[in-house]
Structure formats: structure tokens, C-alpha cells
Design a protein around this ligand. Structure first.
Ligand code: ASP
Length: 409
């Protein structure tokens, strides 16, 4: 059953690409409107069903995971290792991004005025770093019911952590609640398995929409930048992360891909790490055999905080904008970009194009023109696919490393 779904997802991607490209190049073909309408409908149902289970999955997996972890002797070590490897993988991603931008220098020789049409239609909304940090922190301690209803993932994570800790610290007193929560998590994951069965159609529909909606003009002008970003993002996903994984766990790229592809392709098609959480959790537990306590902790938190692809992109795009503006950024300014990209990636929620919002802060950190966002936005739907896939892969890799480094008693 599992392999069949994997297979169907691959077919779904190819069929989506084929239909999307066919309609793109033959827009007046009979039935194209109907196909786009049906694709839109299926894509909506797929994303909505993932969102339907998202909050229960996060709440039950974190609270049960932490309740079990805290009774574990190595719980502080798990917390430490998780955040350490989030930091290491994002650091490597940013260094890769900055290094390749310095090497290939896309945008050098072009000028911002080339994009006057985009710039004229753009109204910038800036967020300074202090405001951003305040917004981020005030999203953490909130009414849990409000956070759940509004899909405020960070708020739900915080509340779930407290619930998990409270259960753990009370010893046997709330043991029954833990058992009930575990069962509810099992029920939710059962629903996830049905959604995963539907995912080949959802992914196919999302890819049709993606291909049909792209406008090629800006892509040609920005092709060098796009190629450098896709190339480095793939390099991080295919070389750096697997090397890191192999170094600590001896698990190779093929085993990783075979186990994780459902989640990676769902992330690619949805451009949302958060919406992918239910699938990611399922693949790390079922296919890659990560213990559910560790997975339940690392995956939901990683989906909102550990974003290698986003960190790489934000740092690279800032250098690209500097090139377009004819500004030479020295080492000290690139260090500032490094820090801003890290904060931006941690702060960006796992939803489509969230990185564009925190991108404003990265540009501002070294005084680059915010208007440049007008150039980046139209190409973001495409770039977001690759970076979200790598964001999710990073979470999976960290969960495997943490599991390996914990000596289970
Ligand atoms: N779409 C990304 C994610 O969900 C965030 C981003 O825009 O970079 O992981």
C-alpha cells in the first residue's frame, strides 16, 4: 500500500506537469477551462483536508511527545540536540547561499530600472527587526482556542508544550489523559493516512495550477538568479543534508528519499511546511522508524523554525538585490545578512511565500531597497516549491540525527 502511494505520487507529479504545460502552450484547447476549474477544486480539497487535521496533529503529537520525553532521562539532551542541529543545518544553508551568490553574481550589470513596470505597481510594507521580534513573540503566548481557530501554529505549539510538560510533571496523576491523548493522536493519524492516499490527485492538481499560472517574461530576465537559487537549494537537499545525515547516522540518500518522498513532494506541491506536518510526521514514524516521541517534538517545531531552504533563499536574494542596485556588500554586511536571514527563516511561518514577508526585514537590515520585493514576488511561487521541499527535508534529517544520537535506555 505504502509503495503504491509513493508510486502514484510520482505519476501524479508527471501527469500534472504534462497537463499544465500542454494547457500553458495551447491555452485555447477545448476543455482547458474545465480542467483548470477541476484542478483548482481538487487542490483546494487537498490543502483544506491537510489543514483540517493540522491542529489536532500538532496538539496531540507535541503534548504526548513531550509528556513521554520528559519522563525520559535524556529529555534535555533531546531539546539541546534538536535546536543545535536546526542551527547547524540552517548555518550551512546560508553559507552555501552567500558563497554561490558571491561566485556567480547574478544581477551584476543589470539595474533596478529594468524592472520599472513591477516597481511602479508595488507598495512596500516594511517591518523593522525590533517590530518583527515583538510580533513574533506576541504570537507565542496567546489564547489557545484563538490560536487553534486562527491556525496560529506557534501559539498552538507553545500551548501544547505546556500541556505536555504539565502531564509529565504530575507523574501518575494525569496518566489517563496521556492515554486518551495518545489514542486521539492515533485516530488523527488514521485520517492522515486516508488523506495521503488522496495526495497523488491533490499534488497533480497543484502542479497543473502552478504551471498554468506562471508568466514566462520575468523568468527569462531573471533566469540566472533563478538557476543559481534552484541549483543551490537542490545542492543543499541532495548533497549537504544527506552528507550530514550520513555522517551521524550512516543512512544514505536513497534510504532517505525512499522513506521521505511523500512528504517532500507534498511540501513541493503545497509550498507549506505546516500543511505538510501530518504527512511528514507519518513518513518519519512509519517509513523511517523515528520514535513517535522524538518525531512528535522535532517535526512540528521544525516545520515552523527550521527552514534551510528559506534561510538560503533570504540570504541569496539580499545579495541579488544588492547586485541589482549596484551596491557592493562587504564582509561585515554579509554577516548582518547571515544573522537576519537566520532570524527571518526561524520567524517565517510554514505557509506559502511567508519567506517574502521576512525578506523585507533582511533587506532592511543592510539598507537595501524594499521595492526589490516587487521583482522577487512574481517568481516566488516557483522558488517557494523547492525551498519548502528542502525545509521539510531538513526537519526529517534532524529527527533522524537526534534519534541516533540519543542513547535509548
Ligand atoms: N513556504 C515556506 C514553508 O512553508 C516558507 C517560505 O516562504 O520560505 O516552509
Amino acid at each position: 500500500m505504502k509503495n503504491k502511494t509513493n508510486h502514484h505520487i510520482l505519476i501524479g507529479v508527471l501527469v500534472g506537469l504534462f497537463i499544465g504545460l500542454y494547457i500553458k502552450f495551447n491555452p485555447s484547447v477545448i476543455g482547458s477551462d474545465l480542467i483548470i476549474y477541476v484542478a483548482d477544486l481538487i487542490a483546494d480539497i487537498f490543502i483544506s483536508s491537510l489543514k483540517m487535521v493540522l491542529i489536532p496533529v500538532i496538539f496531540f503529537s507535541i503534548s504526548v511527545g513531550i509528556a513521554n520525553l520528559s519522563s525520559h532521562k535524556q529529555s534535555s539532551r533531546i531539546w539541546f540536540l534538536t535546536f543545535l542541529f536546526f542551527f547547524i543545518s540552517m548555518t550551512l544553508a546560508i553559507i552555501l547561499g552567500l558563497g554561490s551568490m558571491n561566485l556567480f553574481e547574478p544581477g551584476r550589470g543589470m539595474s533596478l530600472s529594468l524592472f520599472s513596470e513591477q516597481l511602479n505597481n508595488f507598495h512596500s510594507s516594511s517591518i523593522a527587526l525590533p517590530v518583527f521580534i515583538k510580533q513574533f513573540l506576541s504570537g507565542i503566548f496567546v489564547n489557545p482556542l484563538k490560536a487553534m481557530a486562527e491556525g496560529n501554529i506557534l501559539g498552538v505549539i507553545t500551548f501544547s508544550m505546556f500541556v505536555g510538560l504539565a502531564i509529565a510533571k504530575s507523574g501518575k496523576e494525569f496518566f489517563d489523559i496521556k492515554k486518551i491523548f495518545s489514542s486521539l493522536l492515533g485516530i488523527t493519524m488514521k485520517i492522515v493516512s486516508w488523506i495521503v492516499r488522496f495526495s497523488p490527485y491533490g499534488i497533480s492538481a497543484l502542479i497543473i495550477k502552478l504551471v498554468v499560472q506562471q508568466s514566462p517574461e520575468l523568468f527569462i530576465t531573471l533566469s540566472k538568479f533563478i538557476m543559481v537559487i534552484i541549483g543551490t537549494t537542490l545542492f543543499h537537499g541532495i548533497v549537504i543534508l544527506p552528507l550530514m545525515l550520513y555522517f551521524f547516522t550512516k543512512i544514505n540518500l536513497f534510504v532517505l528519499w525512499r522513506g521521505a518522498r511523500e512528504a517532500i513532494m507534498t511540501a513541493f506541491a503545497t509550498s507549506s511546511s505546516s500543511a505538510t506536518i501530518p504527512v511528514t510526521l507519518r513518513v518519519v514514524e512509519k517509513n523511517l522508524k523515528v520514535n513517535s516521541d522524538i518525531a512528535g517534538f522535532v517535526i512540528p517545531i521544525g516545520a515552523t523554525m527550521n527552514m534551510d531552504g528559506t534561510a538560503l533563499y533570504e540570504a541569496s536574494a539580499a545579495l541579488f538585490v544588492a547586485n541589482l542596485s549596484g551596491i557592493d556588500l562587504g564582509a561585515s554586511q554579509q554577516i548582518i545578512i547571515f544573522c537576519a536571514a537566520m532570524i527571518g527563516a526561524i520567524g517565517a511561518p510554514g505557509i506559502p511565500s511567508a519567506g517574502m514577508v521576512t525578506m523585507a526585514m533582511v533587506l532592511q537590515s543592510v539598507g537595501l531597497p524594499l521595492e526589490a520585493l516587487a521583482i522577487l514576488l512574481p517568481i516566488d511561487r516557483l522558488l517557494d516549491t523547492f525551498r519548502t521541499a528542502v525545509n521539510v527535508e531538513g526537519d526529517i534529517v534532524v529527527s533522524l540525527i537526534v534519534q541516533k544520537l540519543i542513547r535509548r535506555n
